[in-house]
Design a binder for this molecule. Structure first.
Ligand code: SF4
Ligand code: SF4
Ligand code: SF4
Length: 296
C-alpha cells in the first residue's frame, strides 16, 4: 500500500526494529477503513486504536512520543537496545526481573514472583513513570537512568533484588506454637540452613537474628510446633552495580502487597521529582533512609 510523504515521515520516527510491525498494523487498519493510501490521518487513527488496546501503555508514549522531536532525541541512545521498548515500540524506562520459581516448580517457592511483578508494572504505568522520567531528563536518556526492579519468590533471591533500585523477595515468617508438642524429630534443625533453630527438652526456639523467613522449617515440622504465618515481602531499595556497587537497604522487613506498592510510590516520587539526574542510591543517601521510611 502506498504511503504519502507525511505518513512516511511519521513511520521513520518509530524505532527501526518495530517499523515493520507498525507498518503492517497501520495498513491493516486502513484497509478495514476502506482506504487505499496511507496518509497522516491513517497513522493517527492507528495510533488511537493501538492506545485504546494497550492497558499498560500511557497515551503520550509510543507513536505519540515519536511525534515529539525532543523525546526522540532523548531516546536516541536507548533505541539501540530493544529492551527499553515494548512490542509496539513505546519506550519503557524500567525493567522488572522475576525469578522463575513458579514456572519450574521450585521447592523453595513461597509466592509466585510474577504476581508482585505484574502489580509493580501496573503501578508504574498508572504513575506514568516512563513519561515523567522522559520529561525530567533534559539531555540524552542513558541506560543507567532507567529504573531496575526485581522480585523473587523466596529469600534465595535468584532475580537479585539486592542490586536493584527497588527489590523484594517473598518471605514466610515462622513462629513456635507453644500449644503443639514437639516430638524432637529434629527435622527443623536439619532443614534450617541458617542454624537458627535449637531444640532441647522438647522446647523449640528460633533465633530471629539468623532466621531469613524461608518457611522451610514449618513445612517439615510434623507436630505443628513451628508454624508459618502470612506470606509477605521483604522490600529493599537502592542496590546498584557499576563502579561503586552497593547492596540495597532494607526499607520494609515484612510488607504486604499494598505496603510494597506504597514504598514504590515513594521511590518513584523521589526519582521523578529530584532536580538532579543522580543515581537513585545517591538520592536515597541524600534524603536519608529513615526519612524515606517515614513517608511510607
Ligand atoms: S528465588 Fe527462590 S523461588 Fe525463586 S527460583 Fe530462586 S529459589 Fe526458587
Ligand atoms: S524460616 Fe527458614 S531460616 Fe527461619 S528458622 Fe525456619 S528454616 Fe531457618
Ligand atoms: S520439626 Fe517440629 S517436631 Fe520436629 S524437632 Fe522441629 S519443632 Fe520439634
Amino acid at each position: 500500500m502506498e504511503w504519502d510523504k507525511s505518513a512516511s515521515s511519521l513511520l521513520e520516527k518509530v524505532p527501526p526494529f518495530v517499523q515493520k510491525t507498525v507498518r503492517e498494523k497501520v495498513e491493516t487498519l486502513a484497509r478495514e477503513r476502506g482506504k487505499t493510501m496511507i496518509t497522516e490521518a491513517e497513522v493517527m487513527a492507528a495510533r488511537e486504536s493501538f492506545m485504546s488496546r494497550q492497558q499498560n501503555t500511557t497515551p503520550t508514549q509510543g507513536i505519540a512520543a515519536a511525534h515529539k522531536p525532543t523525546d526522540n532525541k532523548k531516546l536516541a541512545i536507548l533505541k539501540k537496545y530493544p529492551k527499553y521498548f515494548n512490542k509496539d515500540g513505546n519506550p519503557v524506562l524500567y525493567q522488572i526481573n522475576s525469578c522463575r520459581g513458579a514456572e519450574v516448580h521450585c521447592p523453595f517457592l513461597i509466592t509466585d514472583s510474577h504476581v508482585l511483578a505484574d502489580a509493580i508494572r501496573n503501578r508504574l504505568e498508572k504513575l506514568k513513570f516512563t513519561e515523567k522520567l522522559i520529561n525530567k531528563i533534559e539531555g540524552q536518556i542513558l541506560p543507567h537512568h532507567t529504573m531496575k526492579l526485581a522480585v523473587s519468590g523466596c529469600p534465595n533471591s535468584c532475580s537479585m533484588p539486592q542490586i536493584k533500585d527497588f527489590g523484594a523477595h517473598a518471605i514466610e515468617p515462622v513462629c513456635v506454637d507453644p500449644e503443639s508438642e514437639c516430638i524432637e524429630c529434629m527435622k527443623c534443625v536439619e532443614t534450617c540452613r541458617e542454624d537458627a533453630i535449637t531444640v532441647k527438652d522438647r522446647q523449640v526456639s528460633i533465633d530471629m537474628e539468623k532466621c531469613v523467613h524461608c518457611g522451610l522449617c514449618a513445612k517439615v515440622c510434623p507436630s505443628g510446633s513451628i508454624k508459618s504465618g502470612m506470606k509477605k515481602y521483604r522490600v529493599m531499595i537502592g542496590g546498584k552495580v557499576g563502579r561503586h556497587p552497593k547492596f540495597a537497604v532494607e526499607i520494609l522487613p515484612q510488607a504486604d502487597e499494598t505496603m510494597t506498592l506504597k514504598a514504590l510510590d515513594v521511590c518513584v516520587d523521589i526519582i521523578v521529582s529530584s532536580k538532579t539526574e543522580r543515581r537513585f542510591r545517591t538520592l536515597i543517601e541524600q534524603q536519608g533512609i529513615e526519612e524515606i521510611k517515614k513517608r511510607i
